[in-house]
Design a protein around this ligand. Structure first.
Ligand code: C2E
Ligand code: MG
Ligand code: MG
Length: 743
């Protein structure tokens, strides 16, 4: 805060300039300069015309230009005083109907300032004294008129002085009134304090602001109104006067907290000016209640630095806090960790729920994550389902790992929403200062990379950043470049895996599975490149290519005289979201000439959730063509058959992770049984994936599962190998089921 020069308040809170003083009250007299030969309006009260003539002559001789009227009866005197402005009254003492004192009396009543001289024959001393006491300017004997002109001059000069004084007084009163009304109608509080901080004056606004009446405040120390009480007293706080420079340490716009009578604390802005009254220094202080402005400032700060939904710090604030923590850590040689948390498959839940429920999930997660933190940690939301935790002064890896595990556990607690229970998981990436980066940007980026690695590790886990991960992301870049060329270079192949009818033991069809045969890297698993193709959008042309290749191959088989087999093609979410998917499929069927009944499309549940309306409409259109529809990998995602009721699905494929440990794992047995039963109740057929053993077959047959697919019958194979298989077995891959088995 800049100090301000003493005496002048240079702030914006100056009083407005005072208007010009009001016009003086009109008096029944005129003032002339004493020595100037000037007009003089004289009211002569005298019964003797000759005497008046002598008086006028004396005045004329004295340099005046008199203009006069002579009266000698009370009504005429009153009329003359009322009808005209006079400079002077000269009155005789003894007149037939009245005396000079009576005249003086009436003149003083009507015109208190009007100079009055008694000019008379001899009167007693007592009378002369009485006249002077009653306000006559002088008493002059008619035979001593030489005294008249000096007396007139003196009287006129005195009257002028009196008038000037009265004018000044009246001006003062006017400006006092004006100042009072300004001070008391001002919205700002105005106080005057002495050098010790003692309140000497408060205006009405101070009463409104503090709830104390003026009388309760006067004499109190200003410090008692501040919060917290300033060290060394308010006098010190307010004046902080540097005696040498005569400047105030508190000037315009210093903000402090004040306390109301009811205990409420509110922010005020103080502006201070020094003044000297009767040789003593006082301070006039203007106080502005800045509660509203502070609220607005806080709102803006809140909007700029905090996430609206969860109230957590946002990315901007987090970055600032991280920078701060890093510079502290550099100084104190401590470690800092950043944990990047991303919810797994949040989009699925979010899209399947109302907007409000999606928000409620995020709020709930924010609360759980906050509760799982130690106080000195900071948690922020970076938008979407990304949360970031800053751990100051922590041990790497122990503290960070422990915190990450705590957060995974708290997120995994079931969540009730719209009457249903949901299970969320998260993937967490951890990077630390100083091991993984020196600045905020690098540390955040590396935590993000580590988080992606956690996703690749099957989600619901945490990973520490390692330099290899950057290598890994480099690999991704290379892979992406190669993938872009794979289609043009004809590096893709479609493999086929048979599907078996568990009752007849015959091949009913096959799943088309993509293979990438890179000239240098060899066969690359779809598990590796499909997600990347999804991410980059390359899956759309690649998927269209698979569809066409699979349909064309199936048509070749049909034309070769093989029994009709249904080919299943996997559709990714990205493909499914394409507006032209329906026409793409129609074109492929037309171009290849494959009967729609011999094509099946496999989609995952998530595909239906991204946009349920779109999905339902599109699936109905595909279904109308005669194409079969299957839900792939059932049990790994949302796993709601009642949800799938809305879609025209034919088959459900139980994910191989549930089949793997059947019949030994009780949970898997229970789940598989339940899925089969539920699917049947909805009129859906069930296909088991990953069937590798006779045990699996026995169990699945017992529980009425219709079809199976797995290494037991054949791994995915080239088209040629598939032809050989069918020719060799005549479709009969599995012995027919015993008549007693099956549902
Ligand atoms: P998916 O659709 O669930 O395909 C079945 C996967 O299980 C195939 O893996 C297959 O080789 C494997 N599998 C088959 N039998 C067994 C078994 O007995 N035991 C075990 N452990 N695994 C078995 P693959 O070919 O590596 O494909 C993986 C995933 O890649 C597929 O899962 C599918 O989601 C995706 N994918 C493959 N081809 C395409 C495609 O053309 N388009 C799209 N969008 N996705 C594809
Ligand atoms: Mg599939
Ligand atoms: Mg599958």
């Amino acid at each position: 805060m800049d100090a301000i020069e003493a005496r002048a308040d240079t702030g914006t809170e100056q009083f407005p300039e005072l208007p010009p003083p009001p016009a003086p009250a009109v008096h029944a007299m005129r003032v002339q300069p004493a020595d100037a030969p000037s007009e003089l309006k004289v009211l002569c009260v005298d019964d003797c015309e000759d005497d008046v003539a002598l008086i006028i002559a004396a005045l004329t001789a004295g340099g005046y230009v008199p203009e006069y009227r002579r009266v000698c009866r009370m009504p005429d005197i009153e009329a003359a005083l009322a009808g005209q402005v006079w400079d002077l009254v000269i009155s005789d003492y003894s007149m037939p109907q009245l005396n000079g004192l009576q005249v003086l009396d009436i003149v003083r009543q009507r015109s208190p300032e009007l100079p009055f001289l008694l000019v008379s024959g001899a009167v007693g001393q007592d009378t002369a004294v009485a006249a002077m006491k009653s306000g006559a300017g002088d008493y002059i004997m008619k035979d001593d008129l030489a005294r008249l002109v000096p007396a007139v001059r003196r009287e006129l000069a005195e009257a002028g002085g009196r008038r000037a004084r009265r004018l000044a007084e009246s001006n003062l009163r006017a400006s006092e009134t004006l100042l009072n009304s300004i001070v008391n109608t001002a919205a700002d509080g105005i106080i005057v304090i002495d050098e010790s901080g003692m309140l000497e004056f408060v205006n009405a606004a101070v009463e409104r602001m503090f709830g104390w009446r003026p009388l309760e405040l006067i004499g109190r120390n200003f410090e008692s109104l501040l919060m917290p009480r300033p060290q060394g007293g308010a006098g010190r706080l307010l004046t902080g006067l540097d005696r040498n420079s005569r400047s105030l340490s508190v000037g315009v716009g210093r903000e402090v907290k004040a306390q109301r009578r009811d205990g409420g604390v509110f922010p005020i802005e103080l502006t201070l000016g020094e003044m000297r009254i009767d040789g003593r220094i006082k301070y006039a202080c203007i106080m502005r209640d800045v509660t509203e402005r502070k609220c607005a400032e806080e709102r803006i700060h809140q909007l700029a630095h905090y996430d609206k939904l969860t109230g957590l710090p946002n990315r901007a604030l987090f970055s600032q806090l991280l920078e701060q923590a890093l510079s502290e850590a550099k100084y104190s040689k401590k470690q800092v960790a950043v944990l990047f948390i991303d919810l797994d498959r949040f989009k699925l839940i979010n899209d399947s729920l109302s907007h409000d429920s999606g928000d409620a999930v995020l709020k709930q997660v924010a609360r759980r994550l906050t509760d799982a933190q130690f106080k000195r940690n900071t948690i922020a939301r970076f938008g979407g389902d990304e949360f970031v935790v800053l751990m100051r002064d922590c041990q790497i890896p122990t503290d960070a790992a422990e915190a990450a595990q705590r957060m995974l556990t708290t997120i995994a607690q079931p969540l009730m929403l719209e009457g249903q229970e949901y299970h969320l998981t998260a993937s967490i990436g951890i990077s630390a200062y100083p091991s993984d980066g020196e600045n905020a940007q690098t540390i955040l980026k590396n935590a993000d990379i580590a988080m992606y690695r956690a996703k690749e590790h099957g989600k619901n886990n945490y990973q520490f950043y390692s330099a290899q991960m950057n290598l890994h992301s480099f690999e991704r870049l290379v892979l992406e470049r190669f993938l872009r060329h794979a289609l043009d270079q004809d590096e893709f192949r479609v493999y086929y895996q048979p599907k078996i009818d568990l009752v007849s033991g015959c091949v009913t069809g096959m799943e088309a599975l993509l293979r990438w045969v890179h000239p240098a890297m060899g066969m690359i698993s779809p598990v590796k490149f499909i997600p990347l193709a999804e991410e980059t959008g390359l899956i759309v042309p690649i998927g269209a290519w698979v569809l066409k290749a699979a349909c064309a191959q199936n048509k070749i088989w049909a034309d070769q005289g093989l029994p009709p087999l249904r080919v299943a093609v996997n559709l990714s979410a990205r493909q499914f979201a394409q507006d032209d998917l329906h026409s793409t499929i129609l074109n492929v069927l037309e171009e290849t000439g494959l009967a729609p009944e011999l094509l099946e499309l496999e989609i995952t549940e998530s595909v239906t959730m991204d946009n349920p309306e779109h999905a339902a409409a599109l699936l109905r259109k595909l279904k109308a063509l005669g194409i079969k529809l299957a839900i792939d990998d059932f049990g790994t995602g949302y796993s709601s058959l009642s949800y799938l009721k809305r879609f025209p699905i034919d088959n459900v494929k139980i994910d191989r992770s549930f089949i793997k440990d059947i019949p030994h794992d009780e949970d898997d047995v229970a789940i598989t049984q339940a899925v089969i039963a539920m699917a049947h109740s909805l009129g859906l057929k069930v296909i088991a994936e990953g069937v590798e053993s006779e045990e699996h077959v026995t169990f699945l047959r017992e529980h009425g599962c219709e079809e199976a697919q797995g290494y037991l019958f054949g791994a995915p194979m080239s088209a040629d190998d598939f032809t050989k298989l069918i020719v060799r077995t005549g479709r009969g891959v599995l012995p027919r089921a015993a008549p007693s088995a099956g549902a």
